[in-house]
Write a protein that binds this ligand. Sequence first.
Ligand code: WTA
Length: 649
Amino acid sequence: MASHAIDTILKEQRLFEPSDEFRSKAHIQSRAEYERLYKEAEENPEGFWANIARELHWFKPWERVLEWNLPFAQWFIGGQLNLSYNCLDRHVAGARKNKAALIWEGEPGDSRVLTYQQLLYEVSKCANVLKSLGVKKGDRVAIYMGMVPELPIAMLACARIGAPHTVVFGGFSAQSLIDRINDCGASAVITQDAGYRRGAEVKLKEAVDQALPQCATVQNVLVYRRTGCEVKMEPGRDHWWHQLMETASADCPAEPVDAEHPLYLLYTSGTTGKPKGILHTTGGYSVGTYITMKWIFDLREEDTFWCTADIGWVTGHSYVVYGPLQNGATSLMYEGAPTWPEADRFWKTVEKYQVNIFYTAPTAIRAFMRLGEQWPRKHEMKSLRLLGTVGEPINPEAWIWYREVIGRGRCPIVDTWWQTETGAAMITPLPGAIATKPGSATKPFPGIIVDVVDREGQSVPKGAGGFLVIKKPWPAMLRTIYGDPERYKQQYWSQIPGMYFAGDGARIDEDGYIWLMGRVDDVLNVAGHRLSTMEIESALVANPAVAEAAVVGRPDEIKGQAVSAFVTLKAGQTAGEELKQQLRQWVAQEIGPIAKPDDIRFTDALPKTRSGKIMRRLLREIATSGTVKGDTTTLDDFSVLTKLSGDEE
Ligand code: WTA
């Protein structure tokens, strides 16, 4: 964490008001209405959230709304509910029984629709399958799948019986799977033979087979058949999804769980050590995802909503699965790569299903900008009404392109800031109420109290950069880091005492609009995915050729940040192109292809302070511009730097 303020360079003046047409039909229709809600929530947060919670089904009402022992929160204490019930049974009992819950588009072009009734049927059967495999309330289940309907089915089945799930992104390696399974002690794994990506197969079951010899807690593996590729099935341990589903009963009433019953764990990168298991519980997370979905995406009964995120990330949890389904919406899921088989796959899909609300990441938008306007222009996309972004700051140029080329100047854009830890969107326009500025996530959601402060927790002046903090608990907040409450306290609530520190820099302008300025810690944001420099470094150092490694981010036009690695080798190793390729492959295997260093520089030594700390700031400068202009007074050995700068690729 840098010592005080952060310099800001971005100045953006344009302002886009929602059209009268949009406003008149919106849930929240004016700035005044937003201000009123915001004030109401600020003055009486418990009353505000309780009113929203009442829109969901509770088997037993709560006794108290909030118990707050900084930094540990409990919401809706004494209340009992079930998220799968709120996503399914509630709708099936009414007019939405035969409404499409999930519309799924496979990469090869196959397509499936599951109505609420059909989804409930599948989820209930799957829940019974899990029970038959001995999965009980409280047991952890790891889900390692691609984007197939069986992934949300598996999640909802876990939620139905009160077994917390941990979804591991299908792009992660066997090693990542091992770390996550062992951290949470999962007793079952749900996977599939393989998934489709860019016309090729991603062999998921094979990675599970590689992982399991090192995962003592796993007793059963449920395998969904997607591609039909050959897989090894270990008798007694591995079971085919289709075989067990065939005979399972479709009668499985949702198990009422306490509001604070763990719903899921999702692993995310922190600054140090292994990935952290972010723990979300049932009641607060349900309330947060339900209402943000409704107000931010201004959901209407007839909408088709498409969030392009993979369910392996929090965005997919909250806005492909739980947010839309609690609202009885139609959620579109797409299996494969955005540009497969051609660069207009997304736009073709928008047209095919008449998508109304489209939510994606800035990195995708920048990639599409580069591919050219001709691809989206081939499609009318008249159905689009609202656009959203998430995952990293969006540069104004990409924002404007998104607005003009995808939204045809007609659709408001909601730039939503949030994190795995926050569970639901936190800073975002409400599209009928807040005029937007390209590059700003605008205003906090009602009930969310944020500020931009210095290291001591003092608000910085308007326009000045500082650290983004959240000052009051909110229902969808993480409860802890699984198995490590001390780290939870340290990481989030101690750096700026008494406040939740998100790890992002930000500034607030004269109109009270918030501008995110990226991470201020050693976390990279590569193509909207959080990666810890620390984890990539440990992966590199685990290679027998490597002595020491330092990883930094450098700006990248498409991915936001690229991964730059500085590596010193053990004696007898030869630096060269071949080893570079080997190391990149190595990292892909240890963590996953997204973590592969974009460039690797071999060096005799790393620049360190006299106390032995690697001077990442200098490495960042070298990675970005090839030279160092900043202050080097604390550098222990200056010659290191000269050599490093000279060794440009
Ligand atoms: C970044 C994704 C600017 C931020 C939901 C945050 C953003 C991290 C935005 C969380 C945004 C996310 N503007 N930055 N609209 N949305 N971020 O946990 O650095 O994968 O801390 O959650 O992404 O990433 P995570």
